[in-house]
Design a protein around this ligand. Structure first.
Ligand code: F0G
Length: 394
């Protein structure tokens, strides 16, 4: 029904591998002629496992009822930016508060299928929170490597409380990923970073749900960190097109933070691969990544969908985070990069006025309370006295 194929040399690989002998990334490829689609695109009962016939899992899934996230329409912003339809898909409302849960439900189930006892990841925070939660559900041991001092508090709290072994690395995410890949290899632990192709299979259901609810949009905009999600969502649309469920693919638009933008630079120069950033830096710590492991897949998704990659400043990110909050959508900084990108691109005429655009809000506001206090300030404080409170009303 499916095989694990190298995107560079085309060789079929064993399920237990993450990359090909030639070093290329692997991709799950379905024989789509043989797949029996058993779901209806009626916008109802959306969940990751609604699309099970297109997921590479044979066993009973480890699930916390992930997916089925709300798609909000931002009418005020449509008028302001002069764009026909703007939607935000709030992935921050998944069980652990980010889109990673879609990948983990598949990845952790695969770990059980492969009879692994332990799972591990390097993370800027959300992957570790999600993996810890799903490993707990599955009864697996979990190891997490974090760049010390650079992970938002809510995410560390989740990884700790759900029982992962949390290890801080004196280095950045890229160092942590390099180390965990070798540790997994040597200790026989199952690696659940997005270099694992099964995780991306779960995440492609974001595309399925968008089509299920509103059909094919003209563009999908999302932040790029390790570059897995944009690759996954593109794959979802491509599969639906191959099956004949849709007839076009939206432009895939990736947004990076200025201080961590190797994919943007490669796109600008028309290259297929990146030159890493040595010292990535941004307030959006979730996407503070200098050497994204899925860069090749992401650039392929952008080129094939006639999309683009743009950068935004930390200030633009915070300003978009506040706009989303004013629309009732609470997200962490990295998530706001998608809207920041849309605002920038619409101002320079890169987005068709007649377009339907979906921004992916990748993670919940509660993930990063410390940044909120930094940008909003501390709450006002007064004596426990009615007059004093009355005097503060504006
Ligand atoms: N938004 C949020 C909130 C994230 O946590 C991440 C990635 C991204 C966007 C970027 O997605 O890596 O697929 O391009 N976070 C990873 C982590 C790296 O460890 O939690 P991507």
């Amino acid at each position: 029904m499916y095989s694990l194929v190298c995107i560079e040399c085309g060789k079929k690989n064993d399920e237990s591998r993450y990359t090909c002998e030639c070093g290329g990334l692997l991709e799950v490829r379905f024989n789509l002629n043989e797949v029996e689609i058993d779901f209806k695109l009626d916008g109802r009962e959306m969940r990751v496992w609604k699309y099970r016939s297109l997921l590479p899992i044979k066993s009973e899934p480890v699930t916390l009822k992930e997916g089925g996230t709300p798609l909000y329409r931002l009418e005020r912003l449509e008028k302001e930016l002069g764009i026909r339809r703007i939607y935000v898909k709030h992935e921050g409302l998944n069980p652990s508060g980010s889109f990673k849960d879609r990948g983990m439900t598949v990845g952790v189930t695969k770990a059980l299928e492969l009879r692994k006892r332990a799972v591990a990841c390097a993370s800027t925070g959300n992957t570790s929170a999600s993996m810890a939660m799903y490993a707990a559900k599955a009864g697996l041991k979990a190891y997490v490597l974090l760049p010390a001092g650079k992970v938002a508090l809510g995410k560390v709290a989740q990884a700790l409380m759900h029982g992962a072994d949390v290890i801080g690395i004196r280095g950045n995410f890229d160092d942590a990923l390099r180390i965990v890949r070798e540790v997994c290899e040597r200790a026989g632990i199952y690696l659940l970073n997005s270099v694992n192709p099964f995780r991306l299979e779960g995440q492609k259901t974001i595309a399925y749900e968008i089509v299920d609810e509103i059909g094919t949009p003209d563009a999908v905009i999302l932040p790029i960190g390790n570059a897995g999600n944009i690759s996954a969502i593109f794959k979802g649309f491509e599969e639906f097109r191959e099956i004949g469920l849709i007839d076009k693919i939206p432009r895939m638009i990736g947004i990076q933070a200025e201080g961590a933008s190797p994919v943007f630079r490669a796109f600008r120069e028309g290259r297929e691969d990146i030159i890493p950033f040595e010292n990535p830096e941004t307030i959006a710590t979730a996407i503070r990544i200098g050497n994204p492991v899925n860069a090749k897949k992401a650039l392929r998704a952008v080129y094939r969908s006639e999309g683009l990659v743009e950068v935004v400043s930390d200030q633009e990110i915070i300003s978009a985070q506040k706009i989303l909050a004013k629309n009732g959508i609470g997200v962490e900084p990295a998530s706001a990069a998608s809207l920041a990108g849309l605002i920038k691109l619409s101002r320079i005429g890169e987005i068709d006025r007649d377009a339907t655009v979906v921004c992916i809000a990748t993670g919940n506001l509660l993930k990063d309370p410390e940044t909120v206090i930094k940008v909003c300030g501390e709450p006002k404080m007064v004596e426990a006295n009615v007059e004093k409170v009355m005097a503060l009303l504006t």
